[in-house]
Design a protein around this ligand. Structure first.
Ligand SMILES: Cc1cc2nc3c(=O)[nH]c(=O)nc-3n(C[C@H](O)[C@H](O)[C@H](O)COP(=O)(O)OP(=O)(O)OC[C@H]3O[C@@H](n4cnc5c(N)ncnc54)[C@H](O)[C@@H]3O)c2cc1C
Length: 360
């Protein structure tokens, strides 16, 4: 039987993961990327892999499964370089941190309550140790652009085609199904078209007469010059989330999504970097190098949109904030649904139809 041909639009972490899982399951895969390989939000991400506070229980379970799937993916594609460095968190007042610890322990999240001495044992590089923090040993990080590129390279080894600088201008109908895409004057046919285009997904869906509420908040992260190893864990302190990359850069935001408060970006970056230097021992003489401002593709209710939009055979959508955490699970589940029609129960709350409306 001929292989199913799937076009994946977008080569960020979600498109890369979907493409790799499809190729591994035996599909013929073409990845179409408007710009350079590796995504937009993906390259500007803090890339904390977690199932931390602030999420309802079904979403917690999806994220926790995704953390497990990262371990599987790291065995299958070692070049993604998963670092299960653990997280140290004290960005909530102590009573709320304790409530989070109680709730998430009941849900099965591995965590340990620690005092200042315990925090310094885990992370000797902290200058301002908290009196009460939580240590989550299962949390981790990847270098997000490297991970996406590693998945794309591994997919190509299995026969996937990657076309960069190839924006999809519209999707093509044949009868009542999507049968391919248009890129400039060219037409590329496919059995399935997967939109994994991050903030660009809305434009493609609008061309089909579909609209959904979406936000694309901007997040600012500062990056130091590369330096010797100063941190091993992810630190989530009040108004400062900081980690060190594999090439030695300290990367920080006011929180992991780099929330902004209206302060001018240059000023905010300088203020943030002062906080990094006040927190991380040994960073006093390390200069800030640059800052990034990335847009987070965030469906209106904050949760993933994954699945086949109603009445649109041949089309599949994979869109999410927390795309780094979720990539291995969403890639696996999407490929299973596309190739075998089986939808993972963990996706039950995240069908795109809950948000999709006819466009005006
Ligand atoms: C500052 C910041 C911090 C973050 N921190 C975390 C974190 O700690 N943990 C976490 O899990 N997540 C985090 N995120 C979110 C995470 O980075 C995103 O959810 C994830 O990168 C989304 O991946 P993606 O592949 O959907 O999108 P992108 O990486 O944006 O990739 C989409 C790709 O589609 C392409 N494209 C768009 N339109 C078209 C078209 N018409 N034709 C062809 N190609 C097209 C784009 O060029 C792009 O390359 C953060 C994001 C930001 C900005």
């Amino acid at each position: 039987m001929a292989k199913k041909h799937c076009i994946v639009i977008g080569s960020g972490i979600l498109g890369a993961s979907v493409a790799w899982h499809l190729a591994r399951a035996g599909a013929a895969v073409t990845i179409l990327e408007a710009e350079q390989a590796g995504g937009r939000a993906t390259r500007d991400s803090w890339a904390w892999i977690n199932a931390s506070w602030g999420n309802p229980q079904p979403y917690f379970h999806l994220r926790q499964r995704a953390m497990q799937e990262w371990q599987r993916l790291a065995r299958q594609v070692p070049d993604v370089r998963l670092d299960r460095c653990g997280g140290l968190i004290w960005d909530l007042p102590p009573d709320q941190l304790e409530a989070f610890a109680k709730e998430h322990s009941t849900w099965g999240y591995e965590l340990e309550r620690i005092d200042g001495k315990g925090a310094l044992q885990i992370e000797p590089g902290i200058k301002q140790a908290p009196n009460f923090a939580l240590h989550m040993p299962q949390e981790g990080k990847v270098e997000p652009l490297n991970a996406a590129l590693a998945l794309l390279a591994a997919a190509r080894k299995m026969g996937a085609r990657l076309l960069v600088n190839t924006p999809v201008s519209s999707l093509m109908h044949t009868g009542d199904r999507i049968a391919g895409v248009r890129t400039g004057d060219a037409v590329q046919e496919a059995d399935e078209v997967v939109i994994a285009a991050g903030v660009g997904s809305a434009t493609l869906l609008r061309g089909l007469g579909l609209h959904y509420a979406v936000q694309a908040p901007t997040g600012l992260l500062v990056h130091s010059k590369p330096t010797r190893r100063l941190l091993t864990t992810l630190l989530m302190a009040t108004e400062l989330h900081v980690r060190q990359t594999s090439e030695g850069r300290l990367v920080a935001g006011t929180d992991f999504v780099g929330s902004m408060d209206g302060t001018a970006p240059d000023v905010m970056a300088a203020q943030l970097y002062q906080k990094v230097q006040a927190m991380v021992a040994g960073s006093e003489n390390v200069a800030m190098d640059f800052y990034t401002m990335g847009q987070r593709p965030t469906p209106g209710d904050g949760f993933p949109m994954v699945g086949r939009p109603k009445d649109t055979a041949g089309l599949y959508l994979v869109l999410s904030h927390s795309g780094i955490t979720l990539a291995p699970a969403l890639g696996l589940f999407s490929s299973q649904e596309l190739l075998s029609g089986v939808r993972d129960p963990l996706l039950a709350n995240y069908h795109p139809d809950r948000l999709l409306q006819p466009a005006d």
